[in-house]
Ligand binder design. Structure first.
Ligand code: NCD
Length: 319
């Protein structure tokens, strides 16, 4: 059975739940997070002092590099009044360096925390960690598998801009095989009617079979033709990601592509360009100022609000 099918659904009740995969969410669960995130956004923007998680501790254990996800979870916990226990690079800095297993490290962190946020390079590690402890584990990226809090911020951003999550045309540009961000966006948006998906990738990097459904179409191309292809599809959402070299054996540079000012000419005025960041060289910096580019202007900030919502919900402070 695929890993993500073994994780319990949210079914309207977040308290005490692990958040390991986007597949745990129904549209109602998404809506719940988004309505709480709206409240968090207002409170953050008005600098309202918050104490909902006073007396709580959140452990952050990040075995892979991270800027946004780590900082926003840390900020989210602290803004709500929790303390944090932070391990960046535990493979070097914690007892993992001595050979401690993930399960044992999680049990240790459990003694000091009320929830654990974990990023780890292995697919299924979030589920393993969740099975090892009795407190909520929030998956902040488990290798090439899932990154559910990123999916939440992506869907929240799409909803904010379009006002709906159905009847959209979405193009994934990059590596749908390994890019966990695309997996989450696809499984999340697949729950809404009338969405159509296009995987624009080099040959060999197509979306894994377990995610596919009839609304997904591969457009395997020589990535030099990416502008022409986007001009033909005219997607509402151009979801771009870097080629994740860490999951690719062999020469990943053969897969390089670029979204640039010429790409913008092919897109509709209402289209948006999303990217979870970090951007390496797959989007040129002259695209950033275009109002259709929403990665710096909206996605990063929305990550804070949805992560605040998620922590409040799984720790049972909001129902
Ligand atoms: C992404 C991730 O780690 O999956 N980054 C993020 O969390 N904002 C994307 C990436 O690594 O390219």
């Amino acid at each position: 059975m695929p890993i993500n099918d073994t994780i319990g659904k949210i079914s309207g009740n977040f308290k005490g739940k692990d958040i390991a995969s986007t597949d745990q969410f129904s549209p109602k669960d998404f809506e719940k997070v988004f309505s709480v995130a709206d409240e968090m956004k207002k409170d953050v923007q008005s600098h309202k002092p918050l104490s909902m998680l006073g007396g709580y501790a959140v452990g952050l254990m990040f075995f892979e590099p991270s800027t946004r996800t780590f900082s926003s979870f840390s900020s989210a916990a602290k803004r709500l009044g929790a303390v944090t226990i932070e391990h960046q690079n535990p493979a070097q800095s914690s007892s993992v360096a001595k050979g401690e297993t993930l399960e044992d490290s999680m049990r240790v962190l459990e003694a000091y925390s009320d929830a654990i946020v974990l990023r780890h390079p292995e697919a299924g590690s979030a589920k393993r960690a969740a099975d090892a402890v009795g407190i909520p584990v929030l998956n902040a990226g488990d290798g090439p598998n899932q990154h559910p809090s990123q999916t939440l911020l992506d869907l929240y951003t799409i909803l904010e801009i379009f006002g709906h999550l159905d009847n959209l045309k979405i193009a994934f540009v990059g590596d749908p095989l390994h890019y966990r961000v695309f997996h989450g966006q696809f499984s999340g948006l697949s729950q809404y009617g009338g969405n159509t998906f296009y995987g624009i990738s080099p040959k060999g990097l197509e979306m894994p079979k377990e995610y596919r459904n009839e609304s997904y179409q591969d457009v395997v191309i020589d990535m030099k033709d990416v502008n022409k292809t986007l001009g033909e599809i005219k997607p509402d959402i151009v979801s771009v990601g870097r080629i994740p070299k860490e999951y690719i054996s062999g020469d990943a540079s053969q897969y390089n592509f670029v979204i640039n000012a010429d790409t913008l000419k092919e897109l509709l005025p209402k289209s948006i360009i999303m990217h979870p960041l970090p951007r390496i060289d797959e989007i040129t910096t002259d695209v950033d100022a275009d109002p259709r580019a929403v990665y710096f202007s909206r996605q990063i900030r929305n990550g804070l609000y949805v992560r605040m919502a998620l922590l409040g919900l799984v720790l049972g402070k909001i129902s």
